[in-house]
Ligand binder design. Structure first.
Ligand code: FPP
Length: 246
């Protein structure tokens, strides 16, 4: 982490979002604008991951979720898919010790069993090493789809009903949420999608039910600490009502 913690007097430290989720969009366009290959855009995007983690850690935001690879991303070229997994492995090897030293816990959301063996081993190492860290949890969505998560949760719940472990009639929202990939998190307070696109793209459909949504027109590789701080300030200016009257 940086030596000097980030400070922004516009941010009300008493009303920080407890969980920020980010759809990191625009790597490809960034590469195109810089006359580079798409992979270079993803590399620049990986540097942005570090900045977002650092800022959340420095502010004391307890949960950050990042959309790294969706169930739909398999439709990209084999070259780009391989490059993305290689990049994630490289990132893990470079960053994991420092993340661990800074008490950051890494978790993964998605259908892990469908990933290549080597990637699974790297991810498992991150999970095991950081399992007891508590200052910040970073959930990385890989081979993730929000609908797939709900289907997987419904199946796991049905299995428990069939085995007699739970009672169908007692199921409520909190009970169902316990079957999600990372169950014990607060709901998402702030969802950011960079690059100005206004789509949810199958990300954390259950958890974003009451999230404030921001779509800054900045491509992910250009989204630094200042831009994330701006988003937190805008979030704090929103009047959250949760369906009630103000
Ligand atoms: C979307 O940009 C970005 C992705 C599909 C991949 C996100 C991956 C990273 C930021 C790098 C590695 C991640 C970690 C966790 C180390 P796009 O390619 O759809 O951009 P475009 O819409 O401009 O083409």
């Amino acid at each position: 982490m940086t030596e000097k913690a980030f400070h922004d007097e516009r941010i009300d430290m008493a009303r920080l979002p407890r969980h920020i989720a980010i759809i990191m969009d625009g790597n490809g366009r960034w590469a195109e604008r810089h006359g580079k290959a798409r992979v270079a855009g993803h590399e620049a995007g990986a540097a942005g991951v570090r900045k977002a983690i650092e800022l959340c850690r420095e502010l004391g935001i307890p949960a950050l979720s990042l959309y790294a690879f969706s169930t739909e991303n398999w439709r990209r070229s084999e070259e780009e898919v391989n490059a993305l997994f290689t990049l994630m492995s490289k990132y893990i090897h470079l960053e994991i010790d420092e993340l661990h030293a800074n008490d950051v816990r890494i978790r993964f959301m998605g259908r892990m069993d469908r990933l290549p063996g080597e990637a699974r081993r790297d991810l498992q190492h991150c999970l095991d090493l950081t399992a007891n860290n508590r200052s910040l949890t970073v959930n990385v969505a890989i081979n993730y789809g929000g609908r797939a998560e709900l289907v997987d949760a419904a199946k796991a719940f049905a299995r428990d009903v069939v085995s007699g472990a739970v009672d169908l009639e007692r199921l409520d929202e909190d009970g169902f949420a316990r079957y999600l990939y990372v169950p014990e998190h607060p709901e998402v307070d702030l969802l950011i999608r960079t690059s100005g696109e206004m789509r949810v793209s199958n990300f954390m459909l259950w958890q974003i039910s009451y999230a404030e949504i921001l779509t800054p027109p900045v491509l992910w590789p250009d989204f630094g600490k200042r831009e994330l701080a701006d988003a937190i300030v805008q979030y704090q200016q929103r009047g959250r009502r949760f369906g009630a009257r103000p």
